[in-house]
Write a protein of this length. Structure first.
Length: 367
């Protein structure tokens, strides 16, 4: 697809992955995305961002890229003070998270858990849009909590408010990341969406981005953006390829990996803690070193990397997997394998860390 017809290509917020370290280095190595959505911030009753939150929100750490903060809350007063504080920091837009399917989030009625309370959600949106905020508001949502039939009512609610864009991940909360995206649910209500549309979900190749761009180019409010998360972790050059640029070279991937490791070592003041973070990237980037049919080998490699407890062992395991291999297009099934590894292996890894280490590893929550 010609560059002139592409919507904005944006980076989804991902816990522990799309941190300030990743954002700066991704832009440096592969060219900046049109937008980077920051992993969500949960505002507290005290109207002040914490020091940990400011490590991601401070304007100077996001200089040179378009960074969009995301808030996770079901309390309108908390959203309002946080949105005003973000405006004071110089941000022009804030995103409301109605999409996170994590059980620790939805159990509190936040993220996609808020979708099961449409009356309360309508009242919440009324409050924040009537507050005359000095900052634009966008939403990221799933198409329902338990049933795709919920989306028509949700769209009726969303259409009443002047949001700058609505980013839709066409899965239910209960789907998590399983199964195919429910495009037919979004198709059914497309004509009822007056605001600019954003699309997120299962975009793995440039061809996927092109197909979705064509499919939703006729949205009444226009297709404002294509948001990608997991696939960009697997193939950090995905957006560059979509714009007609080159695929990632082996030397680029190795240099990117080394730069991330050095930056996280500095941030955590510990190579071992940096190694824990780098394991998460490698579960995705292993996909660059295999083809469809390689799932068993990649699963074995992922397990080997995960078990490493010492830096030399981790470096040797990752080096043995990447050494001498060419970089084909990230295959679909292998990417699903990487997601499986993150869904089940990484939480177990984090649960075994001391509380003080987990707090440092989880610099910001998930989205």
């Amino acid at each position: 697809m010609p560059l002139s017809t592409l919507p904005e290509l944006t980076v989804a917020p991902m816990e522990g992955l799309t941190t300030v370290v990743y954002r700066r280095l991704h832009a440096q190595f592969f060219g900046a995305a049109d937008r980077y959505y920051l992993p969500f911030v949960t505002p507290t009753r005290e109207p002040k961002f914490t020091d940990r939150q400011m490590r991601e929100l401070a304007p100077q750490v996001n200089e040179g890229i378009c960074a969009i903060p995301q808030l996770l809350t079901r309390n309108a007063d908390d959203f309002i003070w946080a949105a005003k504080a973000l405006a004071d920091l110089g941000y022009k837009e804030v995103n409301l998270n109605l999409g996170c399917p994590a059980g620790t989030v939805t159990a509190k009625g936040k993220g996609s858990g808020f979708l099961q309370y449409p009356t309360e959600l309508h009242a919440f949106l009324s409050r924040i849009f009537e507050a005359d905020l000095p900052i634009a508001v966008s939403l990221k949502t799933r198409v329902g909590y338990r049933s795709p039939d919920e989306f028509e009512n949700l769209v009726d609610i969303y259409a009443r408010f002047p949001m700058t864009r609505l980013i839709v991940h066409p899965r239910l909360k209960t789907d998590l990341y399983r199964g195919d995206v429910r495009l037919e649910v979004l198709d059914k209500v497309l004509s009822s969406l007056p605001m600019p549309l954003g699309y997120n979900g299962d975009l793995i190749t440039p061809r996927d981005i092109e197909k979705v761009s064509l499919r939703y180019s006729g949205a009444p409010g226009g297709l404002a953006e294509i948001m990608v998360g997991r696939a960009l972790m697997a193939d950090p050059a995905l957006f560059r390829k979509s714009k007609g640029g080159n695929a990632a070279s082996l030397s680029e991937i190795l240099s990117f990996h080394e730069a991330l490791f050095e930056a996280y070592t500095t941030l955590f003041e510990s190579q071992k803690n940096a190694m824990m973070r780098m394991k998460e990237y490698w579960f995705f980037q292993l996909c660059l070193f295999g083809e469809d049919g390689d799932e068993a080998r990649l699963q074995k490699a992922a397990s080997k990397i995960f078990r490493c407890k010492q830096i030399p062992d981790f470096e040797a395991a990752s080096r043995s997997e990447r050494g001498g291999r060419r970089l084909p297009t990230a295959p679909r099934r292998s990417l699903r394998l990487a997601q499986t590894a993150l869904n089940f292996v990484i939480p177990a890894q984090r649960s075994r860390q001391p509380n003080r280490v987990r707090a440092r590893l989880q610099t910001v929550p998930a989205a």
